[in-house]
Write a protein that binds this ligand. Sequence first.
Ligand code: PFF
Length: 450
Amino acid sequence: MSDKPKHQLFATRLGVIAATVGSAVGLGNIWRFPYEAGVHGGGAFLVIYVFFIVLLGIPVLCAEFALGRSTHCNVLGCFRHLKPGQPFWKIIGVIGVTSGMMILSFYSVIAGWTLEYFVVSLKGEVAGNSTEELHSLFGDFTAGLRPVMWTVVFLLINYCVIVRGVRKGVEKASNLLTPALMILLAVFCVNSLTMPGAADGLSFLFKPDFSQITPGVVIGAMGQAFFSLSLGLGCMLTYASYFPDRTPLVRSAAVTVGLDVLTAVMAGVLIFPVVFTYGFSPQEGPTLVFEVLPAIFAQVSGGWFWAPLFFFMLFLASLTSTISMSEIGIAWLTQDRGMSRGKACVLVIAVAMVCGVACALSFGYWSGLSLPVIGEFNIFNFFDYTSSNVLLPLGGMLISIFAGWMLDRNILRRELTTPRTALSSLAPAIVFLLRYVSPVMILVIFIANL
Ligand code: PFF
């Protein structure tokens, strides 16, 4: 077992950006953001979310980049390498691998829904239907066993990509996709803006009603900021361990954050006008987007063409995200546990399949099941809430404490400023946020929520 593995690196600068943006942009922006914003009051949620992106997201992302690139290690090896003899910091790695597996499990269920809708819309079963017909189409689907099948299919596709290795698998998959998805989103935003409910939708999303703010809204927005940027679980740390030394970290973080927030806001602009036009409830929860998107495609001209295209792109965007979350566990198993990449991939996918099937059943056969320890949550909600709203912020807090207080200041500074770019001058501000702002803020929110 060696602490500094012979590492593989991303080949090009575009490869680095495509991979990190590919990880960040996914169902978190297009499925999770609108449903969380809908449940938590719209505008107020958006404002707090952006606030957390700036004060927590950017510094923690820079910290993960610096930790990963300076050690070229996985999320457990990194802390062992930097602080040998201080096993406490292993906890960050344990949180990371655990929450990575939890997210991979429930995320694959939703990615499976995109596959179902891709196939259904290809067969022409979406275009031209009434909202009621679409509603029962979705209800019948989630009540049956097809979601289980699609979860398994999606995880098998994910397996085929990750088993081919970092450079070939990830980089190729990411290069074209995210820009294409964003263009498609922009086209559909324009369409939503012409709908009769556009004004109501936009005012729901952009007009904050601060009386709506509750501890639940704050925790939800913080969780969404971490989830959306793939932060707090060592995913970006693992990717950064494949960055070459010439990658400018602060600039890469800025591009990733910018595109990530833009995609989420576009998804909101796409969804909420439709919600108000067709009388959906914004508070519908995880199923919101899958009720609303087909309603759009059923009405637009050329829906038979746009619908499968959109769902296929959404599937690909999910895939670049699940590739990155799988890599957390795989990097650990191959580097620290001496497993071959092939075996590690099989293990990660097998665990995700077992948990994923349980999550998939939460909308159908097991929808009434809420385990006593979990309160009113079904299995899916438990996985989603615990990983996003508890484990990721906790991991993010520990990462900022480590980067701000434990890590040699010179290492952090050097990583953030080499090579020099205009944005390197932000390094002192980032260090300040990591030391004094992000850990305190996360802790206060946790305590307030208890
Ligand atoms: N950031 C991804 C999204 O918004 O869809 C989700 C995600 C990817 C979370 C990778 C965690 C992770 F490690």
